[in-house]
Every structure is written in structure tokens, then in C-alpha cells.
Design a protein around this ligand. Structure first.
Ligand code: CA
Length: 233
């Protein structure tokens, strides 16, 4: 039996059934809610480890549910969006959601998102105040403000270093362009988003230049970036 408790918020019965059957098969514990009000109630009374949240709910909007939960908890929220436009996903991520799934999704995708999130939780608990970040061959020494691939120090500009730390501190979480530019430059404008792209290209090149074939940074086109947890070699 898996210890992870998942709250599934979904008013569409076939989708709900697909999700609960999958969770049951993989021995996750779960709770279900068909409305936003019920979701908020269960989230506060049961403190689940992960929430799968449909954005289109019959009573209150899913975005409102995120706002309410975030007012007291940082529990991971994976948004389920039926709309193909990026705008509501971006809004959900900016309100504090951790990740997203777009309908229709496969059982494999659902499980993959869940694994990434559960893993991120265990890392967060394990390395809470650690001065050292280790992910595959990537190492960040926060106190010395240096980053390494293996034993080789990366020659990063201050902005690249800031970007890398922000992504590392949120490993597993999708960060929107707005969130990143706000944290790195303290403001958001079209030109900041454009320069963010340029900085990400150079940062990636530096991460890859050592011959390390791990892909650390994932691009979410039109949305943002995510630091992936790479398996230790
Ligand atoms: Ca719905």
C-alpha cells in the first residue's frame, strides 16, 4: 500500500472513474470531490499529499480553489485543464499550482505527474535547509554561490546563477515566465520574457558543455520551464 493520499477533484464521472481506477490499481490512497466547496473542505480536513484539480467545476472556479488552498497550505496541486489554451494553465501556475495535465490525458501521464510530485515532496523534506543542492551531476553550493557539473565549476553570469537556483529550489515544479522574470528581474515585461529565453539558452549550453547528457531543464512552450530530477548515476 502506497502512503500517498491523493485528493481527486473532478465533476466529470468518466474522468473521475479513470483516475480513481488508476490510483486504486497502483495502490494510492485517495479521496474524491465533485465540487470546489467539497474540495476545499476535504483539503483542510484531510491534508492530502497531492491534489488533482479540475479547473471547470460546477460551483466555484478551480482557480478560486487554488487561491483558497494556498491561503493556508503549500500542498502540491496538479491542475487538470480541458481547455487547450495556455492562459488558464498559466493563471493556475501563477496562483501556486505545481503542474498541469491537459484533457484528454493517458493513465501513464497521470502516474508520471504523480511520481514527479511525490518525489519532489520527499526531496523538499529531506533537503529543507541544505546548503548544497545535488541533482545527477549538477551541484550547487549556495553558500559559496558556485555551481558544478561533476567536479567542473560552471562559469555562470549572476543572472544565469539566479535562474539556476530558482529552478533548483523548485525542482519538479513548472515555473511560468511571469514567475521567473518576477523573481529574477523583479518585474515582468515582454522584453524580460524575451531575454529570459536567451539566458535559458546560454544556461543550458553551459550545463551541456561538460558532456553531461542529462537534460535538467524542461521547456514548456508558451508557459515556462521546469528543473527535472535526474537519476543519480
Ligand atoms: Ca469539469
Amino acid at each position: 500500500m502506497n502512503n500517498t493520499l491523493v485528493l481527486v477533484v473532478e465533476d466529470d464521472v468518466p474522468v473521475m472513474n479513470l483516475m480513481t481506477t488508476t490510483l486504486k490499481t497502483h495502490e494510492y490512497r485517495f479521496l474524491t470531490a465533485k465540487s470546489g466547496t467539497e474540495a476545499i473542505m476535504l483539503a483542510s480536513s484531510h491534508n492530502p499529499d497531492v491534489v488533482f484539480l479540475d479547473l471547470g467545476l460546477p460551483d466555484i472556479d478551480g482557480l478560486e480553489v487554488i487561491k483558497r488552498i494556498r491561503s493556508w497550505s503549500n500542498m502540491p496541486i496538479i491542475v487538470i485543464s480541458a481547455r487547450s489554451e495556455d492562459s488558464d494553465k498559466i493563471e493556475a501556475l501563477d496562483l501556486g499550482a505545481d503542474d498541469y495535465l491537459t484533457k484528454p490525458f493517458s493513465v501513464e501521464e497521470l502516474l508520471a505527474r504523480l511520481r514527479v510530485t511525490v518525489r519532489r515532496l520527499s526531496i523538499m523534506t529531506a533537503s529543507n535547509d541544505s546548503a548544497l543542492y545535488i541533482n545527477g551531476k549538477l551541484k550547487i553550493d549556495y553558500s559559496a554561490m558556485c555551481a558544478y557539473i561533476g567536479d567542473e565549476e560552471l562559469k555562470l553570469t549572476p543572472i544565469e546563477y539566479k535562474l539556476l537556483c530558482l529552478l533548483a529550489k523548485n525542482t519538479g515544479k513548472v515555473l511560468t515566465h511571469t514567475f521567473i522574470t518576477q523573481n529574477v528581474w523583479g518585474r515582468v515585461s515582454e522584453s524580460d520574457v524575451a531575454s529570459l529565453r536567451v539566458f535559458m539558452v546560454t544556461l543550458r549550453k553551459k550545463l551541456e558543455s561538460s558532456g553531461d547528457r542529462n537534460q535538467y531543464i524542461q521547456t514548456h512552450v508558451g508557459i515556462g520551464y521546469r528543473m527535472l530530477r535526474v537519476d543519480e548515476q
